[in-house]
Design a binder for this molecule. Structure first.
Ligand code: ADP
Length: 490
């Protein structure tokens, strides 16, 4: 009888469960539900943790029902990272809305962390101090939610990322765990000892008992119980790390870029935990079979969101896909540059104050030039991150694997190959995150070997640089000048 794995991709805007046919090596069923977000104050982003759980449970149940309970061999989870849920250990009830990774409410708190402590945090966790990561969000909840403080005092508080909360709920409160990749996004986890760091816990005033046990991605996370249907949960990773695995970036020097709302670039550095001098993040790529693989990561908060802006705010496009036709209707941008710093700039600049910029406009500038400039800006920001990665690691990027919604854009992928000067490899299966969760789960259960993973990823199209390197270098330098202008403070 055929066996299936469930890959649960608990993303920021939706949760999706996909059913993976182990023998065929492909997804055969998928169910998705949108998840709401609320914005109670400027810069704040919250979600209802129970909604995430109920919708996740629903999509997983539909996967189970689609093939029958006895055919489900296990479930892997990939999730939005850094988002914090707090709940009561006895009742499982959330004590406050989840604070989402995008939320900037702790920006001021983070800015006041003394430089010596900032340095220590960076050394131990590989992360720059920023409101993006979980630690300051947990601190905020302890300061502002009396029930959280009270619960911590009584030893009943659980604070975890979305994976941790879902596993707790799926195992009926029996397991309070997370995986190393999610833990490595909290600003509390030592990348070398692979444990919560006592000095950082003391600094943020967070009791160790509040945090889950951190396990490798292939750790036995627990047994899920869906109305009596039981199966193991294993193969857990943050969404970007899952995509790294799903894209078969298993060797030092392999890199992937996910082109979604934002742009997430991860680069496998093997056993080397490379400390970035350029503003990138050092993170855990995955931990499997007793080995830990490290990665360098650069995230740009805005990428595809620029295309959404053209479509929804400026009315330049009727669909995101139309950007390709318009961009190709002109030979270049006519000197226009765009920097999508709508909510500041992420890596490598980490500037909350920067704002978007469109420059070089002349009387001859058309809609097509602007659309093209927006797409080109995505490729330039990936080039900027790629340069930092090569500088920090001393490793040459050989090829980039791509996924995410905007990777469907052929113009963008070709331009990316030209600007990076290396080929961009687009897979048949664009759901790299879900594929990563399924493959991690399969490896953990001994159904798939790690050596088989590259064979499970099939290329759909490879975009090769078309020459004219100097022209692209010049354009890229123009973009960097535009970036410098967004950082300018009068
Ligand atoms: P997320 O997971 O961040 O919600 P997705 O991977 O679903 O994002 O990608 C959606 C983003 O990709 C949107 O910002 C959308 O504007 C952009 N996008 C989708 N298709 C295209 C396309 N053909 N060309 C350019 N951008 C696109």
């Amino acid at each position: 009888m055929k066996g299936y794995l469930i890959a649960l991709d608990a993303g920021t805007t939706s949760v999706r469960a996909m059913l993976f046919d182990v023998e065929e090596g492909k997804f055969v069923f998928s169910m998705q539900q949108e998840v709401g977000q609320s914005f109670p104050q400027s810069g704040w982003v919250e979600q209802d943790a129970e909604e995430i759980y109920f919708k996740s449970a629903y999509v997983v149940s539909r996967c189970v029902a689609s093939v029958g309970a006895d055919r489900i061999l296990g479930m892997g989870i990939a999730n939005q990272r850094e988002t914090v849920v707090i709940w009561d250990r006895e009742t499982g009830e959330p004590l406050a809305p989840a604070i989402v990774w995008q939320c900037r409410r702790t920006g001021e708190y983070c800015a006041k962390i003394p430089p010596a402590m900032q340095k220590k945090i960076r050394e131990k966790t590989g992360l720059p101090v920023d409101a993006y990561f979980s630690a300051s969000k947990i601190r905020w909840l302890l300061d502002e939610v009396p029930a959280a403080r009270d619960s911590m005092r009584r030893g009943r508080l659980c604070a975890g990322t979305v994976d941790s909360y879902l596993i707790y709920k799926f195992t009926e409160g029996k397991r309070f765990v997370t995986d190393y990749t999610n833990a490595s996004r909290t600003m509390l986890f030592d990348l070398k000892t692979l444990d919560w760091d006592d000095e950082l816990l003391a600094y943020f005033g967070i009791a160790r008992s509040v945090l889950p046990q951190a396990l490798p991605c292939d750790g036995r996370m627990g047994e899920a119980n869906f109305n009596g249907v039981r199966f193991p949960i294993t193969g857990v990773a943050g969404d970007q790390q899952a995509a790294l695995f799903g894209q078969a970036c298993l060797t030092e020097g392999d890199g992937k870029i996910t082109y979604g709302t934002g742009l997430f670039q991860l680069f496998n550095t093997g056993k080397r935990c490379v400390r970035s001098e350029s503003g990138l993040i050092t993170t855990i790529g995955y931990a499997l079979g007793g080995e830990v693989v490290y990665a360098l990561e650069g995230s740009a908060f805005n990428a595809g969101s620029g295309v959404q802006w053209l479509r929804d705010e400026l009315g330049f496009l009727s669909s995101s896909a139309e950007s390709e036709t318009l961009a190709c209707s002109v030979p270049d941008t006519g000197g226009v540059f765009f920097v999508p710093a709508f909510t500041g700039l992420g890596a490598p600049h980490w500037s909350s104050d920067a704002r978007g910029l469109l420059c070089g406009i002349t009387r001859g500038t058309t809609k097509a030039h602007i659309v093209r400039a927006v797409l080109e800006s995505i490729a330039y920001s990936a080039r900027e991150l790629g340069d930092c990665m090569q500088k920090d690691s001393g490793i040459c990027l050989r090829e980039i694997k791509c996924d995410g919604g905007a990777s469907a854009n052929n113009f963008l992928m070709q331009f990316q190959a030209d600007v990076l000067g290396i080929s961009v490899n687009r897979p048949v299966e664009r759901e790299g995150t879900a594929l990563g969760a399924a493959l991690l789960c399969g490896c953990a259960l001994g159904l798939i070997s790690e050596a088989e993973v590259p064979r499970r990823r099939k290329a759909e199209r490879i975009f090769v640089p078309q020459g004219e390197g100097e022209r692209y270098e010049k354009l890229y330098r123009g973009y960097l000048k535009a970036v410098a202008r967004t950082l300018y403070k009068p």
